[in-house]
Design a protein around this ligand. Structure first.
Ligand code: NAP
Length: 881
């Protein structure tokens, strides 16, 4: 038989004698146990395999002193069975590892799961058998397993990472890894102990080791943020909340961002005084709750570097208050990553431990470890002899345990390690294209470690088992993600990662802790609730992004991208849809203005600038109000004349206040927002002529306004961008003023409605085609619309100031904006474009709501600075340690 045929038949031959099941689950921790239970209930034959000798997963292995959970136990529990919930009561707010292990054993017994688990059995390889449409798993103990579906429930933090320090093998004393702690008692009393690593495992174990050891030397490379757990009984208020309405509490957790039911914080840091912020922080410090301190201080703490720096400094202040030696306190204070970008730790007496006479901290940033020798650890500056070394050096997280089954061979002989050579590629964090019928629970690309794992695990297991049941019902035997869906998920992951600060830290979240590992934020940062809704959407849209096949049914390929919007745009549009608002054009002009005013009251307050002033300027036919935003830096500053959006009908000089403030701060320029006249009271060309007159007046009064005399700049959004560019045309034709550049954000440039974006985005993205019709009708009669003062695309474009044109993918105005930029370029005007993918018409003016708009505004600010001949401000950089 030729070799290829032998190879092709290898799985078939190996599967003879294999244990046959519908589903094989690897891992018998939180995820594996629940999967077994669900699979059985759904009528599948299933088996779980685990290299450990009992259930527990991560809680089986992590037995080091002080090991506890860091999500409150009332939240870190199964919720699928109310009877189970009432049958178990946790003894503490944060249970110890032995108690959690007992709980998982209790669950295994209650649902009689153990007899379907093969303990002490490591899965060594997995191969997809193309002919049988089954997986074959080989093991290091007993028969192989042949299964239709193969589920990795191996946990995110199960593969300890090698310590990567020369000489480990030479050490003659005892060596322990926190992630593989012995089952028998480890006696440390009277011994000289070294702990390497100060992540959660180190921080939990160090205080207890210090109590036993003769001397403890802690080797710290990166300082972590830690806060006191204040362990004890579960807090009465949380227990009451749970018990008042258990189902509602659990449901709220399922739809929350992190899997713990805290409300979404809406206050932003700059709205709070120092005293108010301190009060909130003290409350969080006293609460001893990670989910609380990560979400409940102020809305910008996890998404904005300035809002985050406030928290970080308050934690550092606490460290200085606890640790007596200032040098040690300084070494323990993290400066190289935002608070929360690396998982903060919950501790019991951690910082105070450094006040003990038998504890020494070695700061490896100042004296790196050179080697481990037979007797201890040698750094650049000293040699520390020890009897015991504890490696609390962490894990090859997220992918390590999956890749530990090696090789996993999918379609066409492709291995997972080659598919993931550049980093993990998944669809929903659950599946991998080319690896049919393989599922991962809390895999890379899912919220996993950024959420309460208990809640994430239930969501994943439910989703997978429900899908398997639906496939069986429909006669499908294979399911495989499409390449398109997977690539779009990668894009969505990248978009999400721009919302939070996780990308700014080198951590196990990004793969940075393992030398040579591909880098990138691995967990889904868009939040658990949004993630759940996306998984549900995949199903409601007919298993979007999956190919399903079966022996007796036609193949179903529903290729596509489940999320094309930016993650926060998706949330905003979802909220707007839920509000079920009447069409704005149905409200009449005044009704629409009232609506916009009301709507704007709910947005985050704009950020502070140096000074905000108000006054009157001369418009085309009388005085107009203006609002002036001055930077805090010494002037005189260049002036940007700004025109608000609102279809020439709505808004005023205040209505884009957060945008003007943000741009004033980013550019270091004065923004003067003009209250030009509106239709229907003042129809075309009132707004256009006011724009021109106001710009002229501002240029003439630049010095009086504290601005730099000379050319001004113009900017606008939507109809305001229309006025801005019309102003440039008029200024060129009427002998001034001089304009140094124009920023046009989603501009109206033409009265044609037949461009593709008017069809693609006619409804569903807030600015609708019908609303644009209404705006045009109110502003301008059809006969006037081709006038370049209404449709600047029809004007002469040569000789206009340089432009930066921003368009958004999901905007009816997209294509006329692009057409304008192209026409400017064709006319010889220097022009740059930002075509913002996944954004909608309001993305960039919804400051501090659409967080992913920040990078676009950074580019706008740079463009304005270049136009004005200023030095471009670099984006915020995190101070290196
Ligand atoms: P970790 O957070 O990755 O911490 C590992 C520590 O070892 C870091 O301080 C790291 O420094 C240091 N390290 C690694 N290699 C080193 C080397 N060659 N030389 C010197 N230092 C080295 O790992 P972990 O503490 O095990 O925690 C991992 C995660 O598990 C946690 O973030 C948490 O999600 C979970 N966990 C939770 C709990 C809980 O409270 N429930 C307890 C333990 C673990 P660098 O940062 O400089 O790489």
């Amino acid at each position: 038989m030729p070799e290829e045929m032998v190879a092709a038949r290898a799985p078939e031959m190996a599967s003879r004698g294999a244990q046959q099941v519908d589903v094989a689950v690897v891992g018998a921790g939180f995820a594996g146990l629940y999967l077994l239970h669900r699979l059985r209930k759904a009528g599948f034959t299933a088996i779980a395999l685990d290299s450990a000798n009992d259930v527990g997963g991560t809680w089986y292995w992590n037995r080091y002193p002080g090991a506890r959970c860091d999500i409150q136990t009332i939240d870190y529990s199964y919720t699928f069975d109310p009877e189970l919930e009432s049958a178990w009561t946790w003894s503490e707010k944060y249970a110890t590892q032995p108690e959690i292990l007992r709980y998982l054993g209790f669950v295994a017994d209650r649902y009689d799961l153990r007899h379907d688990i093969r303990f002490g059995t490591k899965v060594t390889a997995a191969t997809w058998d193309e002919t049988a449409d089954r997986w074959l798993l080989t093991t290091d103990n007993g028969a192989p397993v042949s299964c239709r579906h193969y589920i990795m429930a191996t946990g995110c933090l199960s593969a300890p990472k090698a310590p990567e320090i020369d000489g480990v093998k030479d050490f003659k004393g005892e060596v322990y890894f926190t992630g593989r702690w012995p089952h028998e008692e480890v006696k440390l009393a009277g011994k000289r102990v070294a702990v390497i690593g100060t992540g959660s495992s180190g921080i939990q174990s160090i205080p207890l080791i210090a109590e036993q050891a003769a001397h403890l030397t802690v080797f710290q490379r990166t300082a972590s943020f830690a806060l006191p757990a204040h362990n004890g009984p579960s807090p009465a208020d949380r227990v009451t909340l749970l018990e008042q309405d258990r189902a509602a509490y659990r449901e709220q957790a399922r739809w929350s961002l992190v899997g713990v039911p805290w409300p979404q914080q809406t206050d932003v840091s700059w709205q709070l005084s120092d005293a108010e912020r301190r009060e909130r922080f003290e409350k969080a410090w006293a609460a001893g709750d990670l989910a609380y301190i990560l979400t409940q201080l102020w809305a910008d703490q996890g998404v904005d570097i300035d809002g985050n720096a406030l928290v970080a400094e308050l934690v550092r202040e606490k460290i200085r208050g606890i640790v007596k030696d200032p040098e040690t306190a300084a070494a323990l204070s993290p400066h190289d990553h935002p608070f929360g970008a690396k998982r903060p730790c919950l501790d019991t007496n951690y910082y105070a431990t450094y006040n003990r006479p038998n504890v020494t901290l070695v700061n490896l940033r100042q004296e790196p470890i050179k080697a481990i020798t037979a007797s201890g650890i040698v750094t650049d500056k000293r040699s520390v002899d020890v009897d015991v070394i504890v490696f609390a050096t962490g894990f090859d997280a997220m992918t390590g345990a999956i890749m530990a089954v090696h090789p996993i061979t999918g379609r066409a002989g492709k291995s997972l390690s080659s598919a993931w050579a550049q980093g993990p590629q998944t669809y929903l964090g659950l599946t991998v294209a080319g690896f049919p019928n393989l599922f991962m629970i809390t895999g890379p690309g899912s919220p996993s470690v950024l959420s309460n794992m208990a809640v994430s695990i239930e969501q994943h297991a439910d989703w997978v088992v429900d899908r398997l049941a639906a496939m069986r019902e429909a006669g499908f035997t294979t399911i495989d993600a499409t390449e398109t869906a997977q690539a779009a998920w990668a894009q969505h992951m990248a978009d999400c990662s721009m919302m939070t600060l996780h990308r700014l830290a080198n951590t196990w979240y990004t793969g940075a802790n393992v030398p040579g590992k591909a880098q990138g934020v691995m967990p889904y940062t868009g939040g658990l609730g949004p993630y759940r809704s996306i998984c549900n959407e995949v199903v409601s849209r007919g298993m979007l992004g999956f190919k399903l096949t079966g022996p007796n049914v036609p193949e179903q390929v529903n290729d596509g991208e489940v999320v094309r919007l930016q993650p926060d745009v998706r949330l905003v549009l979802g909220m707007l849809a839920e509000m079920n608002l009447p069409p704005i054009e149905s409200l009449g002009a005044q009704g629409a203005r009232d609506f916009v005013n009301e709507f704007n009251k709910g947005r985050p307050a704009g950020r502070p600038v140096g000074e905000v002033g108000a006054g009157m300027l001369q418009g085309a036919d009388g005085p107009l109000p203006y609002r002036l935003y001055r930077p805090a830096t010494p002037g005189p500053h260049p002036i940007v004349v700004y025109f608000h959006g609102g279809g020439w009908v709505l808004g005023d000089e205040l209505s884009d206040d957060p945008f003007c403030r943000d741009m004033c701060r980013r550019t270091g320029m004065i923004f003067v927002s003009v209250g030009y006249r509106h239709a229907p009271e003042h129809r075309f060309p009132a707004a256009a002529e006011d724009g021109y007159a106001a710009t002229r007046w501002i240029a003439e009064h630049a010095a009086d306004l504290g601005g730099k005399p000379g050319p001004v700049l113009v900017a606008g959004w939507s109809a305001g961008a229309n006025i801005a560019t019309v102003t440039c045309q008029l200024a060129r034709d009427r002998g001034g003023p001089q304009i140094a550049g124009q920023l046009l954000v989603c501009p109206v440039t033409d009265c044609r409605f037949d461009r593709q974006s008017y069809t693609d985005n006619a409804v569903g993205y807030f600015l609708t085609r019908a609303l644009m019709f209404w705006f045009w009708d109110i502003y301008c009669s059809p006969a006037d619309r081709t006038d370049p003062r209404a449709s600047p695309l029809r004007g002469q474009l040569a000789g206009l100031p340089p432009a930066f044109v921003v368009t958004c993918e999901f905007d009816p105005l997209r294509d006329e904006g692009v057409a304008y930029a192209e026409a400017l370029a064709a006319a010889g005007v220097p022009v740059r474009q930002l075509q913002a993918g996944g954004h909608f018409h309001s993305s960039f003016v919804m400051v501090d709501v659409v967080i992913t708009g920040v990078s676009g505004r950074l580019q706008m600010a740079e463009a304005l600075q270049r136009f004005a001949g200023l030095q471009v401000t670099p984006p915020h950089a995190i101070a290196a340690e």
